[in-house]
Design a protein around this ligand. Structure first.
Ligand code: HEC
Length: 99
């Protein structure tokens, strides 16, 4: 009788190990979402840009300036638009990827 119980325990343990391995296998197949945070920040930057940067003047044309120019424009305008530095970074991420 004891042998059967012992066998059952080993069998359960073995099944548990095998199924864990299968789970790991499928997990690595799932694509890692490394690009998601950047995309989300960009999308948020677009919203921030559209909502905050057309208040005092027309919404600036994104293509009109290069990255370097945008860097100084965002540094200059973010306090005017009362953006946090994090929000300013998102706006910069959006404009520098869309010009
Ligand atoms: C509180 C008002 C205000 C807000 C909000 C504001 N701006 Fe401005 N912006 C100005 C003023 C005033 C000028 C004109 C400055 C000048 O010509 O001396 C200007 C000028 C500009 C220019 C023109 C620069 C050039 O060389 O032609 C750009 C581009 C610009 N802003 C971008 C932005 C962006 C991007 C945002 C959002 C982060 C923003 N602005 C938010 C007031 C604002």
């Amino acid at each position: 009788m004891k042998k059967i119980i012992l066998f059952a325990i080993i069998a359960v343990g073995f099944i548990a190990c095998t199924s864990q391995k299968t789970n790991k296998g499928t997990a690595t197949k799932t694509p890692i979402k490394t690009t998601t945070p950047a995309n989300e920040n960009m999308a948020q930057g677009k919203v921030l840009f559209e909502n905050n940067c057309g208040k005092c003047h027309d919404l600036p044309t994104v293509e009109k300036f290069n990255d370097e120019k945008w860097k100084s424009i965002v540094d200059w305008m973010a306090p005017k638009a009362k953006l946090t530095s994090q929000q300013a970074d998102m706006v910069y991420l959006y404009v520098s990827n869309s010009n």
